[in-house]
Design a protein. Sequence first.
Length: 161
Amino acid sequence: MQVRIARIFNTYGPRMCIDDGRVVSNFVAQALRKEPLTVYGDGKQTRSFQYVSDLVEGLMRLMEGDHVGPFNLGNPGEFTMLELAQVVQEVIDPNAKIEFRPNTEDDPHKRRPDISKAKELLGWEPVVSLRKGLPHMVSDFRQRIFGDQKDSDAASSKSSA
């Protein structure tokens, strides 16, 4: 048995824990609940975000291939925390407020994976952009936070018929 090693970078998508403390789920849950989006520091620190299906594809290629790694699996496209908050605003609520709070001491300024080894040896790179993947996560969070209004409306109209 050979061990394979993957370094997994920020991943988002449906079925994440709503209150897991990760920035994407925090912003989505805050915007849906009409709470201010909390940005720490000046919001210029960067992160990269990969959609869950991209991660799964990368892991499958790693497990089915001949290379053991380590491989960075993440999206090299960078967003500042402020840009991420603005994308969440665009998708959920353009009137959502952004609230700045003091930054933590240990917050890295930049976090971006070098995926050149995964591209070269696994033929893998992420294909789902943040703007394409985020609405799927938002829809899932909305349903879990508020319940599916369509299903409950349909059920109530059937029971009254």
